[in-house]
Structures are given as C-alpha cells and as structure tokens.
Design a protein. Structure first.
Length: 183
C-alpha cells in the first residue's frame, strides 16, 4: 500500500505529503464535526445531564434513607439497651425479693418448729406429770394395802375399818415423805 501511495505521488508530479490531508477533506471534516458537536450539545448532553442529575438525586435519596435507617437503628438499639438494663434491674429486684421471702419462710418455719417443739414438750411434761400422779396414787394404794396386811399380821388382827385404816396409811406415808425430805 505504501508503494501505491509513493507511485501515486510520483505521477502527480508535485511534492505532496501523503500524511497531510487535502484542504477540502479538512473543511468537510470540520463541518461534520460542528454538526455532530451541535447535535451532541443540544440533544445528547441535556439528556445525559438529566440522567446524571436523576442518578445523583437517587443516590442522595438513598443516602438520606440510609442515614434515617441508621438513626432509627441506633434509636432502636438505645431503646433495646434501656429495656435490657431495666429488665436486668427488675430481675435483680425479683431475685432479692425472692431471697428475702426465702429468709422469711425459713424464719417462719423455724418459729413454727420451735412452737411445735415447745407444745410437744409441754404436752409430754403434762402427760409425765399425769402418769406420775397415777403411779403415786397406785403406789399409795398398794403400799397402804401392804402396810395394813403387815400390820394385821404383826398384831394378829385384821384391820377392816376403812376410814381408820386409811388414816393409818396416810399418816405412815406422810411420815415416810417427811423423812425423805429431811435427808
């Protein structure tokens, strides 16, 4: 191809540089360029600018929405933290109240057990005293009968008079008790 250009230039006879275009090509290229530039300036550029402005507005709107969402999330997190702290405080209060209630229940149980033990002890003392009195009466009766039998054997007569025999037994037991207390 280069050979063809060189041959063409040699035929014309002028010293024409093949790298520089002819004047008519430059003029028509400039006219086409101005027309394309005018169309681009009037039609494509406003559409591009509108499209870019729309995208910028959408991006700004999305940024604003994201900021709003972030503020809401921070507010929700703050509220959640406050609720969590409140719940922890309430749980601590409930735990403390339960401990206090437990202490009261234990104290009441101890008091109830002490009262029951005291009642059982008093009942046992009463029962022991009643049995002691019963044993004492029974013992007096048996000792009296034995004393009368022995006295009757010693004197050789039966003591059949109950009032007299009872007076003798009572006197004998009183003497015996007095001698025990003197010791």
């Amino acid at each position: 191809m280069l050979n063809a250009l060189v041959a063409y230039a040699a035929e014309e006879g002028e010293a024409h540089n093949p790298l520089i275009p002819a004047w008519y090509d430059i003029i028509w290229s400039a006219v086409c360029f101005v027309v394309i530039l005018f169309v681009f300036w009037r039609v494509a550029l406003p559409k591009m600018k509108a499209l870019l402005d729309e995208r910028a507005a959408a991006i700004e709107g999305n940024i604003a929405k994201a900021d709003e969402a972030q503020r809401k999330a921070e507010a929700a997190l703050e509220e959640y933290s406050a609720q969590l702290a409140s719940a922890r405080k309430e749980a601590g209060e409930i735990r403390d109240a339960a401990r206090e209630d437990g202490k009261k229940i234990v104290a009441e149980a101890k008091e109830t057990a002490s009262a029951e033990a005291a009642r059982l002890t008093a009942t046992a003392h009463t029962q022991i005293e009643a049995e002691r009195q019963t044993a004492l009466v029974s013992l007096r009766s048996e000792v009296g009968t034995l004393a009368l039998d022995l006295a009757g054997g010693v004197i050789g007569e039966t003591l059949s008079e109950d009032a007299k025999a009872q007076a003798v037994v009572d006197r004998f037991l009183a003497d015996l008790e007095a001698s025990e207390k003197a010791k």
